[in-house]
Design a protein around this ligand. Structure first.
Ligand code: ZN
Length: 460
């Protein structure tokens, strides 16, 4: 290299460095860090291994049972061993629903046991069970139109899966609608686009003005069969037996650990998933994976020596599935410092191949998040859409904290959701590593960039 050109190269470098930071986009400033994070994440399968260990050591983790509390103790010990700071559990009282013994049997036109799962929150049948004729409908409006045929019967909602948000209404509100029509119990076709005769549980709600009746999910295959029997004019009778009940609230905890910020330790980016699950399967994708990818993201930043200006806090919220008390408890415990929360990110849609995030907040924040997300384009995880961020962060979103929900390839999530089949083999180590990278890049840049992410006005 000639002396002259080397001098001009030095001058050119000086000019570039002197360019005011504001003139550089946030993506330009963090491109090198983001690439380091992504490269390191992809060489690492710790996330998959740790999720396997957690879900196989403790199994499923329904609120109010010993398993989630043992899991939380284990997470606290491991986070401390990882060198995270301010590792702790914050106490929250949670509802305690007990499934008890349960069964569903077709008794006419022939005898056959039907795989079933009571819905979370349901009451029991009388001790001897309920045996009644079945009336099958395809929608709430069909039930309303034919309400006189439902009285004294077990109503079955045989509703094909369209989207989770739409179809889950039958699981959530089916018992109320059936009771209004005079039914003695409500069955619902499992909320899933694909079935191997596996029932799917999930939450349901009573209405204080309507009589409570027991309610359960049966499989897609059996719901369709009963519907065809009805169409053929056959008399269908089912015996439903459930001993579900609710006990007084019990203590649980939101579990958390941090990388404390170097310049603004009181300002926080919070991210994670929910530590509880339904009482079936092992809660690997719903939502052990969400907790573990955020946890591994923090460990990855630590390992790379990336210490952000602000604090990054990883949280495993408790009781998302049957109460939402963890998200509400977090909001209440942090009311005084809610203005110091820059961003809340939740992963609760499975840890399959990441696609980006859904965003809830102001348009000004959306623009910045979109710029940061371009750093994830190289792994096809940079798509930002408007939408909800997740049920555990919704309570602080409502107070103006911008929210992001990790979006992943959702093709298979609802095949396994809330079933005995929610186990780790369906998850892929590389896809989980991509989720770690996606969570780490977004959390790190927002925690480190000099200017705070603009807030939204609180929704009352
Ligand atoms: Zn979940």
């Amino acid at each position: 290299m000639h002396v002259r050109s080397s001098i001009s190269a030095v001058l050119l470098t000086a000019v570039v460095l002197a360019r005011p930071l504001a003139a550089q986009s946030v993506a330009d400033r963090y491109r090198a860090d983001a690439n380091r994070i992504i490269d390191a994440a992809l060489k690492d399968s710790t996330a998959w291994n740790r999720l396997g260990e957690m879900t196989e050591k403790f199994g499923n983790r329904l609120s109010g049972t010993p398993a989630p509390e043992q899991t939380i103790d284990w997470v606290i010990a491991k986070m401390k061993a990882d060198g995270l700071q301010n590792v702790r559990g914050e106490r929250v009282m949670v509802p305690v629903w007990v499934r008890g013994a349960e069964s569903a049997q077709l008794v006419s036109p022939r005898v056959q046991n039907m795989p079933m799962l009571g819905l979370g929150g349901s009451i029991a049948t009388p001790p001897g069970g309920v045996t009644a004729d079945v009336f099958v409908v395809s929608s709430f409006s069909e039930l309303t139109a034919k309400a006189s045929q439902a009285a004294g019967k077990i109503v079955l909602f045989d509703v094909p899966f369209t989207s989770y948000g739409e179809t889950v209404q039958y699981r959530a509100r089916g018992a109320v609608a059936a009771a209004q029509a005079g039914a003695v119990a409500a069955l619902v076709r499992s909320v899933t686009p694909f079935s191997m005769r596996t029932p799917h549980t999930g939450g349901m709600f009573y209405d204080s003005t309507v009589r409570r009746i027991p309610t359960a999910a049966i499989t897609v295959e059996d719901a369709q069969m009963l519907h065809r029997m009805q169409d053929r004019g056959e008399r269908i009778r089912v015996k439903l037996l459930m001993s579900a009940h609710t006990l007084p609230d019990a203590p649980s905890r939101n579990v958390m650990g941090e990388i404390v910020g170097s310049e603004k330790p009181d300002e926080v980016v919070v991210f994670g998933g929910h530590i509880d699950s339904w009482d079936v399967g092992r809660g690997a994708m719903d939502d052990g994976g969400g907790v573990v990818v955020a946890w591994e993201a923090v460990k990855l930043l630590q390992r790379l020596g990336l210490k952000p200006r602000r604090t990054i806090r990883v949280v495993g919220w408790t009781n998302e599935e049957n109460g939402g008390r963890g998200g509400q408890g977090y909001r209440d415990a942090h009311k005084a410092d809610i203005d110091k929360h820059m961003l809340a990110i939740e992963s609760d849609g499975g840890v399959f191949k990441p696609q980006g995030f859904s965003f809830s907040g102001s348009d000004a924040a959306l623009e910045i998040v979109k710029q940061i997300a371009t750093l994830l384009d190289r792994i096809e995880a940079g798509a930002i859409v408007k939408g909800g961020a997740g049920s555990d962060v919704a309570p602080i979103n409502a107070l103006g904290v911008p929210g992001l929900g990790l979006n992943v390839d959702g093709t298979k999530y609802f095949w396994y959701h809330h079933t005995e089949a929610d186990t780790i083999e369906k998850l892929d180590a590389r896809e989980m590593a991509l989720c770690v990278a996606t969570m780490a890049v977004m959390a790190y840049v927002v925690a480190d960039m000099p200017e705070p992410l603009p807030r939204a006005t609180a929704t009352p």
